[in-house]
Design a protein around this ligand. Structure first.
Ligand code: NDP
Ligand code: MG
Ligand code: MG
Length: 330
């Protein structure tokens, strides 16, 4: 069993004396900043003027520019989009990154793929919640938490691990469990998970199911409920009780269908292609492609986004969700 850390294993005192800069106030940024503040830590949010800046002010946070926040703080958590971190780090964060400070990430991408090369005299670690930022905040407010990984890349002070764990406790993750990893393991598994299962695999499966039903003449609204809406309800059961817990709740007919159909959809060929994704992640090929796509100003990213947003499952879904205000929490 991996070693897990929970609230009682962690002394947050080491972080209480320090000032924390949360750089970026997006999905993860707002959640980390607000949870840390509510946990009694000294937090300054570093953002440029605009939407995030206004939101942080409205939420009652202390706000500064990225440069000022980096200068002021002892612990600097970078919660900017991965593809923009290198430039902002070099121009606005590095000048304030004096010896003895901590440089922190929520994903190892830039350090692992050598885009950001931290100076030798600072602690470097990551605290990566295993869930979307909005849920890091929502579960915290509900008294719960999203599990997280932590990894120490560089330990100059000798207490990088204690600071990392205190940070994880501050955002509520040690209520759910915190697990030690490395930058390499976090980066590769995170990219694989989102590509093969959580995002890429799931959206492709949902769309394929929806399209097949609609092409066969079934009502699009029904197809939406069947392939997208109900997925959440099934996943909630998996989240609570694993695969067996989910199967306990569904009918025996559904369970039998699960057994006889699942392997025909995800077969050995699918697994071979999943292994291909993993090796492209491990070799750095995926990262190089994504960095290049950004250097080219995202031609494919924008074209695919436009096409995906126009898909019938999106137009049908929007109408149905508008009638379910309880679904639309964000
Ligand atoms: P978002 O895209 O949600 O937020 C980005 C933030 O960065 C915004 O506040 C944005 O402000 C700000 N920003 C962008 N460009 C600049 C700039 N040039 N100068 C100053 N501020 C800028 O990012 P995420 O929260 O999704 O991701 C942050 C990190 O967390 C990444 O490393 C990601 O891999 C990691 N992570 C994300 C997860 C998630 O749930 N999304 C899950 C686990 C890890 P503005 O409003 O001004 O554009
Ligand atoms: Mg992830
Ligand atoms: Mg990710």
């Amino acid at each position: 069993m991996a070693k897990m850390y929970y609230n009682n294993d962690i002394n947050e005192g080491v972080l209480k004396e320090k000032k924390i800069a949360v750089i970026g106030y997006g999905s993860q940024g707002h959640a980390h900043a607000r949870n840390l503040k509510d946990s009694g830590f000294d937090v300054v949010v570093g953002v440029r003027e605009g939407k995030s800046f206004d939101q942080a002010k409205e939420d009652g946070m202390t706000v500064a520019s990225v440069k000022e926040a980096s200068e002021q703080a002892d612990v600097i958590m970078i919660l900017l989009p991965d593809e923009r971190q290198k430039k902002i780090y070099n121009e606005e964060i590095l000048p304030g990154l004096a010896a003895g400070k901590s440089l922190v990430f929520a994903h190892g991408f830039n350090v692992h793929f050598d885009e950001i090369k931290p100076p030798a005299d600072v602690d470097v670690f990551l605290v990566a919640p295993k869930g979307p930022g909005h849920l890091v905040r929502r579960t915290f407010e509900a008294g719960a938490g999203v599990p997280a990984l932590f990894a120490v890349y560089q330990d100059v002070s000798g207490n990088a691990q204690d600071v990392a764990l205190a940070y994880a406790k501050g955002i509520g993750s040690a209520r759910a469990g915190v697990l030690e990893t490395s930058f390499k393991e976090e980066t590769e598994t995170d990219l694989f998970g989102e590509q093969a299962v959580l995002c890429g695999g799931t959206t492709a499966l949902v769309k394929a199911g929806f399209e097949i039903l609609v092409e066969a003449g079934y009502q699009p609204e029904l197809a939406y409920f069947e392939t997208l809406h109900e997925l959440k309800l099934i996943v909630d059961l998996m989240y609570e009780g694993g695969l067996s817990g989910m199967r306990y709740s569904i009918s025996d007919t559904a369970q039998w269908g699960d057994y006889v159909a699942g392997d025909r959809i995800i077969d050995a060929g699918t697994k071979d292609r999943m292994r291909e994704l993993l090796s492209e992640i491990q070799s750095g090929e995926f990262a190089r492609g994504w960095i290049q796509e950004n250097e080219d100003n995202r031609p494919q990213f924008d074209a695919i986004t436009e096409k995906e947003e126009a898909h019938q499952i999106e137009t049908v879904g929007k109408k149905l969700r508008d009638m379910m205000p309880f679904v639309n929490q964000r």
